[in-house]
Write a protein that binds this ligand. Structure first.
Ligand code: ZN
Ligand code: ZN
Length: 543
C-alpha cells in the first residue's frame, strides 16, 4: 500500500515537473551521483541473489535502470569515463583522452588532472598538484551553478584525483581525493588554500589505519561464495606482503609498517561514503533552496578488480559489502533529505575484462600482448627499410604517437611511414585493426568500433595511429584484469536513477554514458554542458 501511494504521489509530482505547472522551477534538493570504478553491468545480477533489499535491489526495484548503457568511445578508462559522464562529451570533445597522454612540448606524459600551476593542500606530496584545467568543456555541475547564479554548491569526492576533480568540474566549491602517502583526504590550491577544519578532523580520526588493522576476511563463510572461482587461483595477483591471494588478507604489518593501502580493499568504499556524509553536513548540501550536486566515485572496486579479476571471491565480497554500504547510505539520504527529495544515479566509468588465465582455463578466447616485443618489431622493420631509429615516440591509449622530428629528416613522407606501421600492426598477433587516426572516417571498420575510435581521438592530444585488440587479449601477464578496449566487457556499464522525478522501470534501448549529462540537465531544467553530444534518455524524463 505504501508503495502504491508513493508511486501515485511520484506520478503526480512528475506530471508537475514535466509541465512546469509550478510557481518555481521544480528541482530536487540535491543530486547525488555515484560512480563505481570498474563496475561491470552484470555485477547487478551475478550477485543479485545475495544482495539485501536496501542496496542494489532497492535501486533495481524503486529506480529506473538503463540496462543497455554502453560507453561511446575507446579507450574505456577512468579519466575518460568520469569526464564523459559529467560533460556529455566524448574524449574528442572534452579532451580527456586517457588517464594520461604524452605531451611532447612538455617532454613527459601528463596526468589528465595534473596541474603544475597549483600546489598540494593537506599533504607534502605531489598528489595535490591537480585541477580540472585539462578538461576542455563544462560539466553538468558547472551548468547547474550558472543556472542558479552560482548559488548551487558542487562537491566532488573520490580516492582517485581524476575521479573527484573531473566530475565536479571547473566551478566546483571543492574536490577532495585521497593521498596514500599520508592516508588523508587532500585537495589543491585550485579550490582552497588550506583544508577545511572538518576535513582535518576527519583525517585525524585515522579511519584507514583502523580498517587496515582489522584485516580483510570474507563477509560470509568463504565456501558460500558460489558465484566466484576458488579463492586461490594462479591468475589472481596478490598483495605484496602475501604469498598467496587468499582470505583472510592481512593488510598491515605492525613490524615493518607496510600497509596495502585502503584503496585496495572494500573498506575504501566505506571511507569515501563516510567522507561524503560529512561533506553533506559541512557544506549543508541540499538545505538552502537551490539544488546542490555531490559527485562520489568509489575507486576501490577498480583496484580489487585489477588485482584479483572479476571472477574472484574478492570482487564478490567487495560487492556484497558495498551493497550493505549503499543500503546505509540510502537510509542516510532518506533521513537527511526525505525519500523522493533527492535525485540519485549510479553508473561506472568502465567495466573490465576477465583475467586471461580465467579465459584460458575455461576455453574462452584470450591472449597476451607484449608491448616491448610489438614496438621493437615495428621499430626494427622501419630501421631496416628507412634507416630510421625511434620512430615511435609513445604508445598510449591504444594509439601510437610517431616521432615527427625524426621523420621530418627523411625524404619520405610521414604518411608513408604511418601507412607502413599500420600494415605492420595489422600483421601482429592480437591486433585486429589499425588505422591512421586522421583517416578513420574512411576506414573499413565495423560499427560501433569505428565511431568509438573517432570519439576517442582528439586532434591535439591524440596519436597518429589507432589500433584495436582482439577480444580477450590483454597487455602483460596472465594474472589480474584490465580495461580500455571497445568490447562490451569494458563498455557495458550500469546506469540506474532513483528518487526525485524518477518512476520505477527500465529500458533496454541502447543509451550511452554520454547521455547522462543531457538527461540530468533535462531533469534539472538547466543548459546542457558546453560540449554535450549525448541525448536525453526520454523514457526517464517524459511520463
Ligand atoms: Zn576506472
Ligand atoms: Zn582500472
Amino acid at each position: 500500500m505504501k508503495r502504491t501511494v508513493s508511486i501515485l504521489v511520484c506520478a503526480v509530482w512528475v506530471g508537475i515537473t514535466g509541465t512546469l505547472a509550478s510557481a518555481v522551477v521544480p528541482r530536487p534538493k540535491i543530486v547525488v551521483c555515484l560512480v563505481v570504478d570498474q563496475m561491470r553491468w552484470d555485477y547487478l545480477y551475478r550477485f543479485y541473489d545475495r544482495y539485501g533489499d536496501g542496496g542494489f535491489k532497492r535501486l533495481l526495484t524503486d529506480g529506473f535502470s538503463c540496462d543497455q548503457t554502453l560507453i561511446s568511445y575507446a579507450p574505456t578508462v577512468t579519466g575518460c569515463g568520469h569526464a564523459s559522464i559529467f560533460t556529455g562529451a566524448t574524449p574528442a570533445v572534452h579532451g580527456i583522452v586517457g588517464n594520461d597522454w604524452p605531451d611532447f612540448e612538455k617532454g613527459y606524459s601528463v596526468n589528465c588532472v595534473g596541474d603544475e600551476n597549483v600546489s598540494s593542500v593537506g599533504t607534502e606530496s605531489k598528489y595535490g598538484k591537480a585541477s580540472p584545467r585539462n578538461l576542455l568543456t563544462t560539466t553538468v555541475g558547472d551548468e547547474l551553478k550558472i543556472a542558479t547564479n552560482f548559488r548551487s554548491k558542487v562537491v566532488g569526492i573520490s580516492i582517485k584525483d581524476r575521479a573527484a576533480i573531473l566530475p565536479a568540474g571547473h566551478t566546483a566549491d571543492a574536490a577532495f581525493w585521497f593521498d596514500k602517502t599520508n592516508n588523508c583526504f587532500i585537495t589543491s590550491t585550485y579550490y582552497m588554500d588550506e583544508l577545511p577544519e572538518w576535513v582535518q578532523s576527519f583525517n585525524n580520526r585515522k579511519i584507514p589505519q583502523k580498517y587496515l588493522k582489522q584485516g580483510w576476511n570474507t563477509l560470509y563463510p568463504v565456501a558460500s561464495y558460489v558465484q566466484s572461482t576458488a579463492d586461490d587461483m594462479p591468475y589472481e595477483s596478490r598483495f605484496a606482503n602475501e604469498r598467496r591471494p587468499v582470505f583472510p588478507h592481512r593488510l598491515v604489518d605492525s613490524v615493518t609498517g607496510f600497509d596495502v593501502g585502503i584503496s585496495n580493499t572494500p573498506f575504501g568504499n566505506n571511507l569515501v561514503l563516510a567522507f561524503a556524509k560529512e561533506a553533506i553536513q559541512a557544506y549543508q548540501l541540499g538545505t538552502h533552496g537551490d539544488t546542490d550536486l555531490l559527485t562520489v566515485s568509489l575507486s576501490s572496486p577498480d583496484a580489487i578488480g585489477h588485482r584479483f579479476g572479476p571472477n574472484s571471491i574478492e570482487i564478490e565480497d567487495n560487492y556484497l559489502r558495498l551493497d550493505k554500504e549503499l543500503e546505509a547510505f540510502f537510509a542516510y539520504l532518506d533521513q537527511t533529505f526525505g525519500e523522493g527529495d533527492y535525485l540519485f544515479f549510479i553508473t561506472a566509468d568502465h567495466g573490465a575484462s576477465q583475467s586471461p588465465g580465467y579465459l584460458a582455463a575455461n576455453k574462452l578466447p584470450f591472449g597476451f600482448l607484449n608491448e616491448k616485443y610489438l614496438l621493437d618489431s615495428i621499430q626494427n622493420v622501419i630501421r631496416s627499410e628507412y634507416g630510421l631509429d625511434s620512430v615511435i615516440a609513445a604508445n598510449a591509449n591504444q594509439q601510437l604517437y610517431l616521432n615527427d622530428k625524426a621523420i621530418s629528416r627523411l625524404t619520405v613522407s610521414k604518411d608513408e611511414i604511418a601507412d607502413r606501421i599500420v600494415m605492420l600492426l595489422m600483421e601482429s598477433p592480437g591486433i585486429t585493426d589499425a588505422f591512421v587516426t586522421r583517416k578513420l572516417g574512411s576506414a573499413t571498420l565495423a560499427e560501433p568500433i569505428k565511431t568509438m575510435m573517432i570519439n576517442g581521438y582528439h586532434l591535439k592530444r591524440g596519436g597518429d595511429i589507432v589500433y584495436s585488440v582482439q577480444s580477450g587479449w590483454k597487455w602483460g601477464s596472465i594474472s589480474g584484469a584490465s580495461h580500455s578496449h571497445w568490447n562490451a566487457y569494458d563498455a557495458h556499464i550500469p546506469l540506474i536513477w532513483m528518487g526525485w522525478g524518477v518512476q520505477p522501470g527500465k529500458t533496454n534501448r541502447l543509451v550511452h554514458n554520454t547521455d547522462i549529462a543531457a538527461t540530468l540537465a533535462s531533469l534539472l531544467h538547466i543548459q546542457m554542458p558546453s560540449g554535450n553530444v549525448g541525448s536525453v534518455i526520454y523514457e526517464l524524463t517524459d511520463h
